[in-house]
Design a protein around this ligand. Structure first.
Ligand code: UT7
Length: 313
């Protein structure tokens, strides 16, 4: 017994913030930001539940699924709208979902964590399904006067519908991990803003992604040549290039959205996955590698079998 993805959708707020906007009041430049990160613009605005709702509605329509028939709603976020209750509660009501709902916080690796949990919830029970969303509004927890972090982050959401299906699991292989000794180098206390030791996070991120992707390739017995697409966490194009070079994954086979979104944390992988699906870069049966890392330091990789028949009408 298995699972498949039957729908997908994404959302961004309307407000575009360009590198020039930061250069107008901070000691930074478009050249520095593009050369060091690959980011050209990002979107600010909305709430975590609001962006999640927009992305989820598109995914539900794509899957032709009535929200009332949803078994589980999993919201991966590191920027909840409230401390109490879980943001997924409000989202559950707004969408009119059935079943249970919970938030999952594994920072930028959260969507892949949530996808693995959803797969295990739905795999063994016929008739079950899950709405899996990554949504974050990092602009709300970023000090916009701190050039070291302000230019990096943006807001957004991406969602997929996972359903029980005959056959195999959509997750071909996965690897989830965390190194809690990294809490001091990337964090935001309750009510505070993001603190990050960028260079050290960069160093650990490359290492974590290399190890995690190597682990899923070994578990699955697959090589980079078997993958239709690599969808990495969208933090810095230099991190993606470093990982790709060492693993032999061509950049042409890699989904990149960070030039337009910045780092949207748990939303970055599903957003990039949805864009690739919308552009027809993946088709039913294709193997797709997802891999992310984030505060914690968490990491998560999965090789998934893409399920929906094609771009939504
Ligand atoms: O998803 C969450 C995980 N987070 C990440 O993945 C972020 C990982 N880290 C990075 O992507 C990079 O380390 C950064 C983009 C944050 C920084 O790039 P870097 O090449 O590592 O630069 P750096 O931190 O070594 O800083 C180089 C210089 C410093 O000045 P000095 O000390 O050489 O005079 C910084 O103060 O660049 C300066 N700098 C800036 N200059 C202009 C830092 N931020 C900026 C800025 N504009 N926005």
């Amino acid at each position: 017994m298995g699972t498949t993805i039957t729908g997908w959708g994404s959302a961004l707020p309307d407000k575009v913030v360009t590198n020039a906007d930061f250069a107008s009041y901070l000691d930074t430049s478009d050249t520095w930001i593009v050369e060091r990160t690959g980011i050209r613009e990002r979107r600010f605005g909305g709430s975590t539940a609001g962006l999640a709702e927009q992305a989820a509605r598109v995914a539900l329509e794509c899957a032709e699924r009535d929200p009332a028939t949803i078994s589980y709603l999993l919201l991966a976020t590191t920027t909840p709208d409230w401390t109490i209750p879980a943001t997924s509660s409000a989202l559950h009501a707004a969408l009119g979902c059935g079943g249970g709902a919970f938030d999952l916080n594994a920072a930028c690796a959260g969507f892949v964590y949530a996808l693995v949990v959803a797969d295990s919830l739905c795999r063994t029970t016929p008739g079950t399904n899950a709405l899996v969303i990554g949504s974050d509004t990092l602009s709300r927890v970023t000090d916009q006067r701190d050039r070291a972090t302000a230019v990096l982050f943006g807001d957004g959401a991406g969602a997929v519908v996972v359903e029980h299906a005959p056959g195999e699991s959509l997750i071909v292989a996965h690897d989830l991990g965390v190194d809690g000794s990294a809490v001091p180098i990337l964090n935001a206390p309750i009510g505070g803003t993001i603190y990050m030791e960028g260079r050290e996070v960069y160093r650990r991120a490359v290492r974590a992604e290399l190890n995690s992707i190597t682990a899923v390739l070994e578990k699955s017995g697959l090589g980079p040549e078997d993958l239709a697409l690599f969808v990495p966490h969208q933090a810095n194009v230099r991190i993606i290039e470093a990982v790709n070079e060492r693993l032999g994954i061509p950049m042409e086979k890699t989904a990149i959205v960070l030039d337009r979104t910045g780092n949207t944390s748990a939303a970055s992988i599903p957003f990039a996955l949805c864009e690739a699906a919308g552009e027809g870069r993946i088709k039913a049966g294709d193997l797709v590698l997802l891999s992310g890392f984030g505060a914690g330091m968490t990491w998560a990789s999965a090789i998934i079998r893409w399920g929906v028949a094609g771009p939504q009408a």
